[in-house]
Design a protein around this ligand. Structure first.
Ligand SMILES: NC(=O)c1ccc[n+]([C@@H]2O[C@H](COP(=O)([O-])OP(=O)(O)OC[C@H]3O[C@@H](n4cnc5c(N)ncnc54)[C@H](O)[C@@H]3O)[C@@H](O)[C@H]2O)c1
Length: 281
């Protein structure tokens, strides 16, 4: 089929990572737009969409509140920032675990506690992984967790939480609510895994995914990228391409118009001032 493929558009962070790896290995044989990396997708879908829908699904699936709870967010990337912000907005105490020193510092400056998972495991009431990585919460951590802790994944596949490791430690398992599986450890501690460790906002029993107000933007970018490939696909060789800024702006302008929001425009003088190196130093 390769010869007949004009191009592709990739929606997700992990998808773009994988395509970049294929590109580096010379295995990607048609152009792909990194839709995920556009401001109009990432700053809304990943941050607000994942933040809201992950927490909404955890709350609805368990009928529990975040208020006064320690919510441990693993990964302070786009999704993690959204989860942390919305959890703090619901009066949770947010703890962040990270592996990137700059992201960890960002979380610290946002006012969240930052610590390794070894420490967070001991105090968390709710755990939400948003790393796109594997083995973020493992058999090293489960035995130290509090009775009744909730474990949810809002990042990648069902490997961010090591469910095999948890099964091995458990002496009993049962479905305590639709979409909530309880693992009982030898000392009687019960840990609750939501949505089988799959994306809690998409795989839970009542999951609707992101609000339509952010998905329209993500699909808007997909649509203009498909149009660009149809009209100018020959301009792009095989590989991962950034979405041209004009397309991202077009979707932003369309969305603002749909919302009935007007903004100011740069005057010619302002434009000239901004572009100049002779003024303002
Ligand atoms: N649930 C959804 O609907 C939804 C929506 C968008 C993206 N995603 C997925 O969420 C994941 C994250 O996306 P993103 O845009 O936030 O990515 P990102 O690259 O902005 O952030 C990921 C963060 O996780 C950190 N990290 C990696 N391994 C870690 C570990 N072992 N412990 C702690 N932190 C670790 C990284 O340092 C990084 O800061 C991806 O897999 C993406 O595909 C899910």
């Amino acid at each position: 089929l390769i010869d007949s493929i004009v191009g592709g558009c990739e929606e997700t962070t992990t998808g773009v990572h994988r395509l970049r790896s294929m590109d580096a290995d010379g295995a990607l044989r048609y152009p792909v737009f990194a839709v995920n990396d556009t401001p109009m997708k990432r700053l809304f879908d990943n941050v607000h969409g994942t933040g809201e829908s992950a927490l909404a699904n955890i709350a609805m699936t368990t009928n529990l509140s975040f208020a006064g709870k320690n919510v441990v967010v693993s990964g302070f990337g786009h999704c993690g920032k959204g989860v942390a912000k919305k959890a703090a907005g619901q009066n949770a105490d947010v703890i962040v675990t990270e592996v990137d020193p700059r992201r960890a510092l960002e979380a610290h400056m946002e006012g969240y506690d930052v610590m390794p998972m070894d420490e967070a495991a001991k105090v968390g009431d709710v755990f939400v992984t948003t790393t796109g990585n594997r083995d973020v919460i493992t058999a090293d951590h489960f035995p130290h967790m509090e009775d009744g802790a909730l474990l949810a994944n809002a990042g990648h596949f069902d490997i961010e939480i090591d469910l095999d490791g948890l099964s091995d430690l458990a002496v009993a398992q049962r479905e305590v609510r639709d979409g909530v599986r309880e693992y009982e450890l030898e000392d009687g501690t019960r840990l609750n895994v939501l949505a089988e460790g799959r994306l809690v906002n998409l795989a839970g029993p009542i999951a609707l995914g992101h609000p339509v107000e952010v998905m329209d933007q993500s699909f808007g970018i997909q649509a203009v990228c498909v149009r660009e490939l149809a009209e100018n696909g020959d301009d792009y060789g095989p590989g991962v391409h950034e979405v041209p800024d004009r397309l991202d702006r077009e979707v932003a302008e369309t969305k603002l118009a749909a919302e009935g929001i007007e903004i100011d425009e740069l005057t010619p003088e302002q434009r000239e001032y901004m572009d100049s190196w002779e003024h303002g130093t």
